[in-house]
Write a protein of this length. Structure first.
Length: 319
């Protein structure tokens, strides 16, 4: 199904595409897990969406065509920019615009980022949807916006809107060497030629986890198993419609070998699935997200790097 999926994505204009963003015509905030319905009504027009995130986090952005007004073909594309205006490349290293769904590389700094949305050829107008998700375990330094899913659980979901292009995320914690079996199944189609809910699995650092069938980290539209999981950490499942051109409802099922009740392996009072730093001892205590007090650089430990950051915040004699 991996080959058929990417053929469909190519035919529908998804994936990186060479185009260039212009200066922002609009500026507004977008939240983790949010889908917004907007329009590009003139050529060339660029809509801009702002969010704040921390260094090392990874985001997934999706743009989907809803309705074409004018032009030979309406393809809403996007690029991601740092606060200083520098381009953030996609996870595959591409600098070209993404006309559909792509992930970023790990973000380079704690700052505000801008998603610029524009039409691929600057020669068409129409309505589109944009969705933002975090596929790393954290977003803006806190637990990401994914819904917890327990081992052995089936949860209902909807990819409906306001129209095509919505994405959902779910998170769970598992141990190294365990294998996750994940299933998405259509319940009802609302709109579009066909509704095919698919999924991909990501590590805490936002790196995709390969499938056991040798197809790498290709999306699975149904039931697949992961390779043995590489670490004791929180994993994120991203669910989306295969073509970004349909809406409907689905069920998501998670099974993991040696299924266990929620755990708190570092005994800090925060279950591992909600802990930004699971299985990490914190002698000084933790904040509401499980991060060690004194961890100023967000790497889950307290060391000389944190001391240097603290020292840099003071000036005067003895500093």
């Amino acid at each position: 199904m991996g080959v058929a999926f990417f053929i469909a994505m190519f035919l529908l204009g998804a994936g990186p595409r060479r185009a260039t963003a212009q200066s922002c015509g609009t500026n507004e905030s977008i939240l983790c897990g949010q889908t917004l319905a907007r329009a590009l009504l003139s050529d060339p027009e660029t809509d801009c969406f702002l969010f704040t995130a921390d260094a090392g986090e990874v985001v997934s952005v999706t743009t989907a065509r809803v309705e074409q007004f004018t032009g030979p073909s309406f393809d809403p594309c996007w690029q991601l920019y740092r606060a200083n205006g520098a381009l953030v490349v996609h996870a595959d290293g591409s600098e070209e615009a993404c006309c559909g769904q792509c992930e970023s590389v790990p973000l380079p700094a704690n700052e505000t980022y801008t998603i610029k949305v524009f039409e691929a050829t600057h020669n068409a107008t129409g309505n589109y949807n944009i969705s933002l998700e975090a596929v790393s375990a954290t977003f803006n330094g806190a637990v990401n916006c994914a819904q917890p899913i327990a081992c052995g659980q089936t949860l209902p979901g909807q990819l409906d809107g306001p129209g095509p292009g919505e994405t959902d995320t779910f998170r769970f914690t598992a141990g190294a060497g365990e294998v996750a079996s994940i299933t998405t199944a259509m319940v009802e189609k609302y709109t579009g030629p066909s509704f095919d809910p698919c999924w991909r699995l990501f590590r805490a650092n936002g790196v995709p986890v390969d499938r056991a069938d040798g197809l790498g980290s290709d999306p699975c539209c149904g039931q697949c198993e992961s390779v043995p999981l590489p670490g004791n950490e929180t994993y994120t499942i991203k669910v989306f419609e295969a073509t970004h051109n349909a809406t409907g409802s689905y069920n998501l099922t998670l099974e993991v070998a040696n299924c266990q009740e929620p755990t708190d392996c570092d005994q800090d009072g925060i279950e591992d699935v909600d802990d930004v730093c699971p299985c990490v001892a914190a002698p000084l205590g933790v904040d509401a997200f499980g991060r060690s007090l004194g961890d100023l650089d967000g790497d889950c430990d307290v060391d000389l790097d944190d001391y240097r950051i603290l020292q840099g915040n003071f000036t005067g004699p003895g500093s």
